[in-house]
Design a protein around this ligand. Structure first.
Ligand SMILES: C[N+](C)(C)CCCC[C@H](N)C(=O)O
Ligand SMILES: O=C(O)CCC(=O)C(=O)O
Ligand SMILES: [Fe+2]
Length: 421
């Protein structure tokens, strides 16, 4: 019976491969267990960790450190760390992956202590340390988070008593900077205290951790409610929670705010952990979470004020998750800047509105709102991929300065300090 199904599959595979790479022996990925292969388990005990491996027709299977891993042979050839395949000084691959036969299989495999040796048909030998394989396998990665975080509502954040970092220690010591970045990565917000209330000092702070991301708003921006730009940020109106620059293909990673002056009332800043809210959606309505992570939307910025003419469009789902471990890495939420929805078919859109409502309800729960009054000297860094901000309406003269930072460069600084990011 399965012979029949198998030959059917083979002819389909052959159809798929027509005009492409034709392998002599086709891999049969879904029938591994059915194939009468001469596979056998090899067992070894190495350094108290037992290891078992099996050479299958189309892949290599390894059990080590409580992990069952399966490796494709092309993958194993491609990741060879020998001197001719990999430049360990520059950490770059020298091997031309396109030169690897897609049907490659090792001639022999053997294990010595904790090192696996693969000998390929041309005689080339690839060595892998078992621990390296565990660390770098899909199965190993799947169980890990890319970035550890503490999700918060107002109470959790306040109870955590996250300390602010002093400007001098931030600028002059590695420990101060590291402490700051650690808190920033965990909570998505962090403060620096005792900063002289000038644009130059704010810029110096920003440059300590990243490259400044110049945008249509400039490099360092400096704004009041002067209507100088075609956006409500430049008014005294209240702004509901949102993330910024949702209309960029890559929304700005970090936003820096420094209130240099406020003579008047109101104007408090609202902060909401978007990932905490998304987590609530995942728990209460997983299919809605999934929809928000799959349906692409447009956000748009159209400006035609004075000398400023801009038309920006960014496309992506509200929730962005890594497909292999479902970890959330970016929320794009701005109801002001959301464009006409014309990327979603009729039979999906209503469900999307329901899901969007569920998320909005979570984002608007008063217990999730953390309110702060920004003051001269206290600089706020916000992870714009995670934490939403808003503001209360205000009276009087209020001057805010700040900038956006490139996320890659903030994470780069964090990694160089030994933090997981
Ligand atoms: C004033 N400042 C430059 C900080 C931001 C202005 C951008 C506001 C826009 N609605 C958005 O959410 O992206
Ligand atoms: O005025 C504020 O406090 C923030 C306004 C805002 O949302 C922004 O500039 O991105
Ligand atoms: Fe904003």
């Amino acid at each position: 019976m399965w012979y029949h199904r198998l030959s059917h599959l083979q002819s389909r595979l052959q159809d798929l491969l027509k005009g492409g790479v034709i392998c002599q022996a086709l891999p049969q990925p879904t029938f591994k267990s059915l194939l009468p292969l001469a596979v056998r388990w090899h067992h070894t005990a190495s350094k108290s960790l037992t290891c078992a491996w099996q050479q299958h027709e189309d892949h290599f299977e390894l059990k080590y450190a409580n992990t069952v891993m399966r490796f494709d042979y092309v993958w194993l050839r491609d990741h060879c760390r020998s001197a001719s395949c990999y430049n360990s000084k520059t950490h770059q691959r020298s091997l031309d992956t396109a030169s690897v036969d897609l049907c490659i299989k090792p001639k022999t495999i053997h294990l010595d202590e904790t090192t696996l040796f693969f000998t390929w048909p041309d005689g080339h030998v690839t060595k892998y340390d078992l621990n390296w394989l565990v660390k770098n396998s899909y199965e190993g990665q799947k169980q890990k988070v890319i970035q550890p975080r503490i999700l918060w509502n107002a109470e959790i954040y306040q109870q955590a008593q996250v300390p602010s970092v002093d400007c001098q220690s931030f600028l002059e010591t590695k420990e101060g900077l590291k402490k700051f970045l650690q808190n920033f990565l965990l909570y998505g917000i962090a403060f620096v205290e005792n900063v002289p209330p000038t644009r130059e000092h704010t810029e110096k702070l920003a440059e300590r951790i990243s490259l400044i991301r110049e945008t249509i708003y400039g490099r360092m921006w400096y704004f009041t409610s002067d209507f100088s730009r075609g956006d409500t940020a430049y008014t005294k109106l209240a702004l509901d929670r949102h993330t910024d620059t949702t209309y960029f293909q890559e929304p700005c990673g970090i936003q820096v705010f420094h209130c240099l002056k406020h003579e008047g009332t109101g104007g408090r800043t609202l902060l909401v952990d978007g990932f905490y809210a998304a987590q609530q959606v995942l728990q209460k309505a997983p299919e809605e979470f999934e929809l928000l992570s799959k349906v692409p939307l447009k956000h748009e910025y159209i400006e035609d004020v004075g000398e400023c003419h801009n038309h920006m469009i960014g496309i992506g789902p509200v929730l962005n998750i890594y497909p292999w471990n479902k970890e959330l890495y970016l929320i794009r939420y701005n109801n002001y800047d959301r464009a006409v929805i014309n990327t979603v078919p009729y039979d999906v859109i209503h469900r999307w509105y329901i899901a969007h409502r569920t998320l909005t309800i979570e984002l608007r729960r008063p217990e999730n709102e953390f309110w702060v009054k920004l003051k001269p000297g206290r600089v706020l860094f916000i992870d714009n991929w995670r934490v939403l901000h808003g503001r209360e309406c205000f009276t009087g003269y209020r001057q805010l300065c700040g900038c956006y930072l490139t996320r890659d460069d903030v994470l780069n600084t964090a990694r160089l300090l030994g933090l997981q990011a």
